[in-house]
Design a protein around this ligand. Sequence first.
Ligand code: XUL
Ligand code: CO
Length: 437
Amino acid sequence: MEHFKGIGKSKYEGAQSDNPLSFKYYNPNEVIDGKTMKEHLRFAVAYWHTFQASGIDSFGVGTAIRPWDNISDKMSLAKTKMEANFEFCEKLQVPFFCFHDRDIAPEADTLKQTNKNLDEIAGYAKELMKTSDVKLLWGTANAFGNSRYVHGASTSCNADVFAYAAAQVKKAMETTKELGGQNYVFWGGREGYETLLNTNMKLELDNLARFLQMAVDYAKEIGFIGQFLIEPKPKEPTKHQYDFDTATVIGFLKTYGLDQHFKINIEANHATLAGHTFQHELAVARINNMFGSIDANQGDMLLGWDTDQFPTNIYDTTLAMYETLKAGGFTTGGLNFDSKVRRGSFEPIDLFYSHIAGMDTFAKGLKIAYKIIQDGKIDKFIEDRYSSYKSGIGKDIVEGRAGFRELEKYAMENDKIVNQSGRQELLESVLNQYIFG
Ligand code: XUL
Ligand code: CO
């Protein structure tokens, strides 16, 4: 049964097309540097926004009109949405989707029944996969929505909650494996704190590490070979989220000896909430060999929360693809649209327009980023800027031949320092030249 009636398959028609349902820049089969755009970009639909979000906010009810609005039985509704998910991805030529356990199947009164519901819907998804090319990029557990997680999940003060979260993540990992998920994501949810007046931070962090180690052990036990990813976020819902940003997460993983088991899933809006650019977060992951995947969206710089808007800023997508290419491209990761339509964009067709906008902006960003790297002007500028480390005293520093005594002797003889301009504005206009085309 067709759920999005009257909406056909989106195709590449080029930049001059005025068909709003066509791609202007995303040409899935176009080859760039030996890989198709489809292989480079690995787009995914986020189930929680596209099939669960209603447009509700703290001032008003949901506004979204959806084809499944009059289905009241929870399991029938879950099945209908799963069918709609495959139809949606196919119509948009999106090769992947991502979910939380509780997005795809409703929670019941007991954990046992909840798991049964999940098995039934996952089984249905597996059935639908047989006749579809759409795959699972990653799964995760919603260990933050239910009131039991009021004090966190693996960082809760209540050991019963830790146990419940472990059972939930165990099941979510099994479900992800069953559906061929290429990654499993840990997003901190409520793993953080509000005040140290009631918090044992050391125990909470130790427990978070214990929990992740248990997940690593269990993945090995069941033969789940997907990549584990951690998604940093600095605030919301708690004031101090433990997975603040990429650098904090890497430090945490190294402290507990877990770094070889994880990579980072970077979300644009989380980067800006942390006071970083999207590019900064990607670069930190890249230089530490921890680049994994991307939650593609954008925030609103005038608002201080996670607005999860569709990415339409060409500067951001260009620099994100620049970092992605420099990292060697995606392996198991991809571009998951962790983005939701605005409350005012309430019609089903807005779900299509929004994804097309995001896909086109990333496709164009990929092409521009590739050109920047091919031309090599920016790389050359950076290389020249550090040329003092290629010979003489600079070479001695990086090759470990100089200590404070040698450097003092050198500085005594070379104390008339000459610096060169960083040329930021020139480089910004070079970037503009690439973007404007
Ligand atoms: C929350 C967020 C999550 C994760 C998955 O801000 O980004 O949806 O991506 O749990
Ligand atoms: Co996210």
